[in-house]
Design a protein around this ligand. Structure first.
Ligand code: ATP
Ligand code: MG
Length: 660
């Protein structure tokens, strides 16, 4: 922990220090990826707290994901500034809503809807509109968009026309389903994710006493990833602030990737207009990525168009030179996944920690192929965005019931009969329909039961460790664990969609599926949608600290007719593309590698093996040593430079550590 407030500023460059020390009034940081925005605001809060200028409990830091919030809390603790609220908009609003509901509305807060899609399906059925699963998801997304843009059902058709947004079906029908969906929620006494923000906004707007209470609690606001704030989140932020202006926002318009959900960089880009006296700081030094990665990122931005692009900032890498990005073309997707898995295995075998490697893709549907390929290669992995224990609906529901029981005593007669902690938990859960005996079979019902049984076991362990613990202590413990589980894990290779990778970084990044139809994705039609796809690729590229591997497949399944080409966004940037033909050496690229194929006539892909070929000259390999390397001994490896350099670095670190 730094030993003074000034020591917190060490390790920041002059512009970052300016951000960290401007503790009064509005501050706006406009900066590119990897320039230390998140670091600057974290140190800013820590500096303010350590200098005695900010009360930890009076600061609300808003981040985009639970993981980012968890990381920020951890970092603040290390810097000696524990106790600051670092939350997502949703979790901050949910907390306030739960707390103020009895006073503002009366009774207890309605529960969060478990299966929103089902509710939308019910609404569609009530309107006699048939939707398949895909359509259901699309209509649900439209309802979500309407809510975050504060559009009521009747206004949906003109609103999407104005926003230039494609409706997945007749807008009048969607408006009708949306209307009935809202009624159904009311009838069933449930609220959805967006309602959490809407209701908090409504309460803060209508109840000045409650708004005053919130405002007296929070004096300073910091918002990360501000380019992706939705109109509804912006409204909430304004209500939290009231007529004060102690607000620091950081963002990068070139990383706006959530416009389809109603987010807009306008709030970031118009900040100076709305706050004429704002301190505006620009950061361009990129501390994350090598010059080679930054070169590609700048190249992508140079071709961008539109308002966000008008505000682009050219990044300047502060790191030593590293390997060139590698571009690989595969015949089909399984071959691409196998190629990535094989390379990852090589990296891991040579000492690269799995936690330093990520595979990033455009759509979650792509993950399955990679999960299988990694499993086949014996590579451990974790899927970001998949449901963890504390995110499971039944665990969330149980948490709400336990919280209610801790606060209000729950079903009193039950708790009276259950003097110690695990029995109290069982009693509360049985009120939610939980039985002590497991249900027969192995389906979803059983899985839900197992989750709740695990919760009871957790209560048992907690009670053993702390015999005097109350239900309220257990609830606090569960909250703590839920937050901790959002903290970074260190076991496996990360599989993540580009959307869920924002703000994160890895030494090695495999950007896969960088083909037309995937990036930009087929349904991106308007110029603005295409630009957002380009920004998504920019986000992907800038996740890599050092080694970047970009790949695409010419067709989806083995044996298919090649019908894809590399993403247009790489034109002029990757070697061999039209605009760079003949100047490969000038851009110094690592070269396009061809020759990874899976045989069209092979057995089903889970058992199918790509013939081992040299990745450089394409010769079929039989020697075990060469097969492990995936190249003839005499051929240079396209990975040598990066791999061995990185390896030397790690070995050096290990040697130093073991020498200490
Ligand atoms: P993104 O746009 O992706 O969210 P960011 O601008 O928030 O990126 P950070 O994640 O804060 O950037 O920082 C990127 C990396 O650079 C981190 O590993 C961080 O620790 C490091 N870094 C930032 N500033 C400095 C600095 N002044 N000196 C050394 N390393 C730094
Ligand atoms: Mg960041």
């Amino acid at each position: 922990m730094p030993d003074s407030a000034d020591a917190v500023l060490e390790g920041l460059d002059p512009e970052q220090r300016e951000v960290a020390t401007a503790l009064q009034g509005p501050v706006c940081v406009l900066a590119g990826a990897g320039t230390g925005k998140t670091r600057a605001i974290t140190h800013r809060i820590a500096y303010g707290v350590r200098a005695g200028i900010l009360q930890p409990s009076s600061v609300l830091a808003v981040t985009f994901t639970n993981r980012a919030a968890g990381e920020m809390r951890g970092r603040l603790r290390q810097l000696g500034a524990a106790g600051v609220q670092a939350r997502t908009f949703h979790s901050a609003a949910l907390r306030q809503l739960q707390y103020f509901w009895p006073k503002a509305v009366g009774g207890s807060m309605p529960r969060l809807v478990d299966r929103k899609i089902q509710l939308v399906a019910d609404a569609a059925a009530a309107c006699r509109i048939r939707l398949d699963r895909g359509e259901l998801r699309d209509v649900t997304a439209e309802i979500e968009w309407s809510k975050v843009t504060q559009t009521v059902p009747a206004d949906y058709p003109p609103a999407i026309a104005k926003a230039g947004r494609d409706a997945p079906r007749d807008p009048a029908e969607i408006a009708q389903i949306y209307n009935v969906y809202e009624d159904l929620k009311r009838d069933r006494s449930v609220i959805d994710f967006e309602d959490v923000l809407l209701l908090t906004v409504a309460i803060l707007q209508d109840r000045h006493d409650i708004a005053d209470q919130v405002r007296s609690q929070y004096q300073h606001f910091v918002v990360d990833e501000y380019q992706d704030v939705s109109p509804l989140q912006q409204r909430l932020l304004e209500l939290w602030l009231g007529d004060r202006d102690n607000l620091c926002v950081v963002g990068d318009a070139s990383q706006t990737i959530y416009s389809f959900t109603g987010a807009t960089p306008d709030h970031l880009l118009d900040f100076r207009t709305r706050h004429p006296g704002a301190t505006v700081v620009k950061l361009v030094r990129d501390y994350r990525s090598t010059p080679q990665v930054v070169h590609l990122a700048n190249g992508l931005l140079a071709q961008a168009r539109g308002r966000a692009a008008d505000h682009r900032l050219e990044l300047v890498s502060q790191r030593e030179a590293g390997p060139e990005p590698v571009y690989t073309e595969y015949t089909d997707e399984p071959a691409e996944a196998e190629g990535a898995a094989r390379r990852i295995r090589e990296l891991m075998d040579s000492g690269v920690p799995a936690a330093e490697i990520a595979i990033l893709f455009r759509t979650n549907a792509q993950s399955e192929t990679y999960e299988q390929a990694l499993a086949d290669a014996g590579v451990p992995y974790q899927l970001r965005g998949a449901e963890r224990f504390f995110d499971r609906p039944e665990v969330r529901k149980a948490g709400i019931a336990l919280r209610g029981a801790a606060r209000f005593g729950g079903n009193d007669s039950l708790l009276d009969d259950a003097p110690d902690l695990p029995s109290q938990v069982r009693a509360v859960l049985s009120g939610e329909g939980w039985t002590t005996q497991p249900p027969a079979g192995s389906g979803a019902v059983r899985e839900r039961w197992e989750s709740l049984a695990a919760l009871v076991n957790l209560a048992q362990d907690f009670a053993t460790a702390r015999p005097d613990a109350t239900l309220a202590d257990l609830v606090a413990e569960l909250d703590e664990r839920a937050n901790a589980q959002h903290a970074p894990t260190v076991q496996g290779v990360t599989l993540a969609s580009l959307h869920s990778a924002k703000g994160l970084e890895w030494d090695v990044v495999f950007l896969v599926g960088v083909a037309e139809g995937m990036m930009p994705i087929t349904y991106a039609k308007t110029d603005e949608q295409i630009e957002e796809e380009r920004r998504l690729l920019y986000v992907g590229v800038t996740r890599a600290r050092r080694y970047l591997h970009v790949s695409w497949a010419l067709t989806r399944a083995p044996g298919g007719r090649p019908n894809r080409r590399p993403s247009r966004f790489l034109d002029g940037l990757r070697p061999g593309s039209a605009a760079t033909a003949g100047r490969t050496a000038a851009v110094g690229s690592g070269g396009v590698v061809r020759g990874f194929t899976s045989r069209p006539d092979a057995a089903p892909r889970r058992t199918q093996r790509t013939p081992a070929r040299c990745r450089v000259c394409g010769r079929t390999l039989t020697d075990a040593g060469e097969m492990k390397l995936m190249r003839c001994e005499g051929c240079p490896s396209d990975m040598d430079e990066g791999l061995y350099e990185r390896l030397r670095e790690w070995r050096g670190i290990q040697a130093r550590l073991s020498g200490q």
